[in-house]
Design a protein around this ligand. Structure first.
Ligand code: DP6
Length: 345
């Protein structure tokens, strides 16, 4: 039996930064899934392998770093997924975006892997869950690999973490697309690759630092308030509020990283220069664009679909020179994971 799924990367507007117990978020987060930037994973049961063992290749090659992380992940989910012990598994995965592009590959990877494992498990125990139940379990399993992966099992906007929004949970994410204003259901993301160097602060180390950060408790209540206000603004089509909160969230994330013990600086002079240019452009042209950042120097430049031509022009004339080798990725809000017949994107 073989299962092949691709899952998208996602970009958070309300950031998950700080966690408790096993991958439970300290505050709710809200993201949207991208369309083009994806991981694809194939999991095949193989009776020639000893039951309970597995092999893994990334981009056609063994990868010791991933394997170590996978071992921890499998130990976490082993009790729930009998398929891990029934047969041997051969796992292959690859991404269609550069590894250090500022797009988190762990979210799309764990989401695609969780979808395969849930499908194989259902087959093994002869269970046919409804669509909602299937994706919910995949989100919960993905979360145990990487927190933000919980948000990559659905298309469009996703909410992960307990909040006032009905159905939300710390255990898994839920899609929140029904009342989103059309301006945002066609939102676009140009990922400006300022530097492709491997991150100097891993997400897990960053989350851990939040336990001692003196601003932790106030940050978590700010995120809750931001979520309410941003979600309402996404529904109303209130760009002013979306821009204000999205940028404040990005800068707060970096503020928290700087104010944690050891104070890490992840923005480079080019990041700061690009942010200034984006803000100047917005004022000068009345554009509805804004930026967000993950825990790194690269910029996710967000804008509505009807500004695409002008924004692409602006990137080419003013921002590309700040990017490493003029590189940027043209992406947009997408439809979510896909089941595949072949291991190709
Ligand atoms: C800054 O999900 O990568 O991108 O749960 O330790 O795997 P782990 O962390 P991860 O953290 C993502 C943090 C972020 C913000 C976000 O995506 O919400």
């Amino acid at each position: 039996m073989v299962s092949i799924w691709s899952a998208p990367a996602n970009i958070a507007l309300i950031k998950y930064w700080g966690k408790k117990e096993i991958q439970l978020p300290a505050n709710p987060s809200l993201s949207f899934s991208l369309q083009n930037s994806r991981s694809i994973t194939q999991v095949e049961t193989d009776t020639s392998l000893k039951a309970g063992t597995w092999t893994f290749s990334y981009d056609g090659k063994p990868n010791a770093v991933f394997e170590k992380k996978l071992k921890i992940f499998f130990d976490r989910i082993r009790e729930e997924l009998s398929v891990l012990d029934r047969q041997g598994l051969r796992i292959h995965s690859k991404n269609n975006f550069p590894h250090s592009s500022g797009i988190s590959s762990s979210a799309s990877f764990y989401a695609s892997l969780a979808l395969c494992l849930c499908e194989l498990e259902n087959h093994a125990v002869n269970r046919t869950p409804g669509e909602k139940e299937f994706f919910q379990s995949a989100s919960r399993i993905a979360r145990l690999g990487s927190g933000s992966a919980a948000r990559s099992v659905y298309g469009g906007f996703n909410l992960w973490g307990q909040s006032d929004i009905r159905g939300s949970s710390d255990e898994y994410s839920i899609p929140v697309n029904t009342d989103i204003h059309p301006d945002f259901s066609e939102y676009r993301d140009a990922v400006l690759i300022i530097s492709s160097e491997v991150k100097s602060l891993s997400s897990s180390a960053g989350h851990a630092l939040m336990n001692e950060n003196p601003f932790g408790p106030s940050r978590y209540s700010q995120a809750r308030q931001h979520l309410k206000t941003l979600y309402a603004a996404l529904q109303k089509g209130d760009h002013t509020t979306v821009i204000k909160i999205t940028e404040q969230e990005a800068l707060t994330l970096h503020g928290l990283i700087m104010s944690s013990s050891g104070g890490t600086l992840l923005m480079t002079p080019q990041t700061v220069e690009a942010i200034k240019k984006i803000r100047e452009y917005r004022t000068a042209t009345n554009s509805k664009c804004c930026f967000t950042l993950d825990a790194g120097p690269n910029i996710h430049f967000l804008y509505p679909d009807n500004e695409k031509e002008k924004i692409h022009n602006f990137i080419r004339t003013d921002l590309a020179s700040l990017c490493e080798n003029q590189q940027w990725i043209d992406d947009h809000l997408g439809a979510g994971p896909m089941k595949h017949k072949n291991f190709s994107l």
